[in-house]
Design a protein around this ligand. Structure first.
Ligand code: ADP
Length: 257
């Protein structure tokens, strides 16, 4: 069956380690919690962490009629990750260029998503060959979200990611500043560990929407290590309620609701 996908969103970052996979996972889960049919595709070949973040790292994908069937997570989320194809989670993936590009293309073309409202794509980090083949393998991406941290180096990298999306004609849904300040779990005071506000500055400078600031929250690490995305804890965690707003803004932009 041909896939029918209403909206495809790619999550980009100028460099690794800024929380791109965490954002992609929480966006997909957040959309699924809205009752939508969602796919989450992890094409971060060298760090396919999404199965672990969802606690489904032991799962394996099945094939049917030359198509790859994604793994189901709950009622309305389907997940596809290169991590499902690697025998041991600590095996590094050492593939040479052309093989990697083929793998990405095959992954994109052969996954049997069926009907989806949203497909969220966790891109490889940076603006090199791998994100480029990821983007080129998809037809008609509806939007890109750029994740950055507040430090200057990361902000510079995020400008590159914005320009990368522009050069490829992907509308930019906005920028998220992750790890923006630390909220003390005891007294609630905010400490700006990596400064703050740079994401907003870049959004003004580059004329792209600013989607929100997510603080450093120790529970984000524990929840993703336990395979439970933090967006589930929206009534208890500040970052989860911020994320709920981000999900609503993304929906409002794309669906014009
Ligand atoms: P990337 O995909 O950009 O390489 P990840 O999403 O894998 O980054 O995040 C890197 C690490 O940082 C993970 O352990 C994740 O749980 C943690 N992390 C991400 N965002 C936050 C946050 N706002 N607060 C605390 N830890 C975070």
């Amino acid at each position: 069956m041909e896939n029918s996908i209403k909206y495809k969103i790619i999550v980009l970052s100028g460099k690794g380690g800024v929380g791109k996979s965490t954002v992609a996972t929480n966006l997909a889960v957040g959309l699924a919690l809205n009752g939508l049919d969602v796919g989450l595709m992890d094409i971060d070949i060298h760090g396919p962490n999404i199965p672990k973040m969802l606690g489904i790292e032991g799962s394996r994908v099945q094939g049917r009629d030359g198509r790859i069937i994604p793994v189901s997570y709950g009622e309305s989320l389907k997940v596809m990750s290169i991590g499902f194809l690697i025998p041991e989670e600590d095996d590094p993936v050492i593939w040479r260029g052309p093989l990697k590009m083929n793998l990405i293309r095959q992954f994109v073309e052969q996954t049997d998503w069926g009907n989806l409202d949203y497909l969220v794509i966790d891109s490889p980090p940076g603006t090199g060959d791998e994100p480029l083949s990821a983007v080129q393998s998809f037809k008609g991406l509806n939007g890109a979200i750029v994740v950055t941290t507040p430090q200057d180096v990361s902000l510079l990298d995020s400008k590159k990611a914005i320009n990368f999306a522009r050069a490829l004609n992907i509308p930019i849904l906005g920028i998220i500043e992750n790890m923006s300040g630390f909220i003390c779990p005891h007294c609630g005071e905010v400490t700006e560990i990596f400064k703050s506000g740079g994401g907003e500055r870049i959004s003004l400078e580059m004329n792209v929407p600013f989607l929100g600031k997510i603080p450093i929250e120790p529970q984000i690490v524990t929840s993703s290590d336990e395979g439970k995305p933090y967006v589930y804890f929206y009534n208890r965690l500040k970052s989860a309620s911020i994320f709920e707003d981000i999900v609503n803004r993304v929906r409002a932009t794309l669906e014009e609701i």
